[in-house]
Write a protein that binds this ligand. Sequence first.
Ligand SMILES: Cc1ncc(COP(=O)(O)O)c(C=O)c1O
Length: 389
Amino acid sequence: MRSYLLSDVDMGAEEVEAVTEVVRSKWLSAGPKTAAFEAAFAEALGAAHGVALSSCTAALHLALDALEVGPGDEVLLPSYTFVATANAVLYQRATPVFVDIVGPHDLNLDPADLAAKVTPRTKAIVAVHLAGFPADMDALMAVAERYGLAVIEDACHAVGADYRSPSHSALHGRKAGTIGHIGCFSFFANKNLVTGEGGMAVTDDESLARKMQRGRSHGMTKSSWDKASGRASDYDVVQLGYNYRPTEVAAALGLVQLRKLAGANERRRELAAAYRRELLGLPGLTMPFAHRLDGAHHILPILLDEPAERPGFRHALKEAGVQTSVHYPPAHRFSQYWAEYGRHAEVPRTDDVAAREVTLPLHPLLGDEDVAAIAALTRQALVAEALPV
Ligand SMILES: Cc1ncc(COP(=O)(O)O)c(C=O)c1O
């Protein structure tokens, strides 16, 4: 029986060569490759600065820190995200305020709920471009401007995605992650651009970039590479910093993966379109974002009609060799969040959708025939689940 992985990565001879070169150089922590990756990534996105980091979680943390979000400040963010988005808010001892999603067809932040939850304590918004589809940044930025809020984009799913403005505003055509004050990216093992562990913060604001550069290495005014390469001998520590440095190995992989990104995202788009042709309109199944042609197509979420169907449906697919996942258990329901921040969160559409979501395999190494096979098995699993036991 064939089996179908939820995600897979395109690692080939070029990546092996790039890593080998770094290993031979014997300088493995952030250095010249990291600087080259930062420059290439920022240029590809049209951002002025890129700060490479050990993860997107580190990027979110340093972004909030650089924007001076701290104790007593409220941060508006979705609960429908990976928990790291919310954890970063707690690192700064700020208060996460969970905002609902638009609904089953659009899993991104609802601008109306966002505006309704602004208080005098609100300092920032963290927008997540779920599944790789940019949120309505025109509406989000309008709320931010009205109330003087900072905007961070958690663009972990949306690397390389173009923003399509609903009103054809000046934001149209910008890359996801370059619209707010700081954009955060992940290069984790299953992302569209993979370095194993790794992340990047991008910004057009030089002072924010400097703060994040220092923040990633203990708040020091000189980098470890400056010292190791003899370009600096002393340094000051001008802010509380962390060790969020990336490795040269990750940067070398990132440079190769960046060259593959546009082609890989295009392949994801074709595969997502094939899934839509196979599954759209089936009774018992909803496809979020089904009419969006933009985006980075990071994952392929589908919704069942009822939460009770999910375990049986997933089990049937597992038995048929199809790996599935759930994106996401909502952050406000985790024990860490529930008592203090979750219990009072009013996010009914998040609760509804999150209980019915299943993620099907999507990655650029899938063939057209694989999607046809997975779709056929999905149809069978739907029917099996609908039958009385
Ligand atoms: C939406 C979202 N935010 C944040 C993260 C955290 O990224 P990282 O694993 O690079 O810290 C992830 C990835 O896992 C994610 O999907």
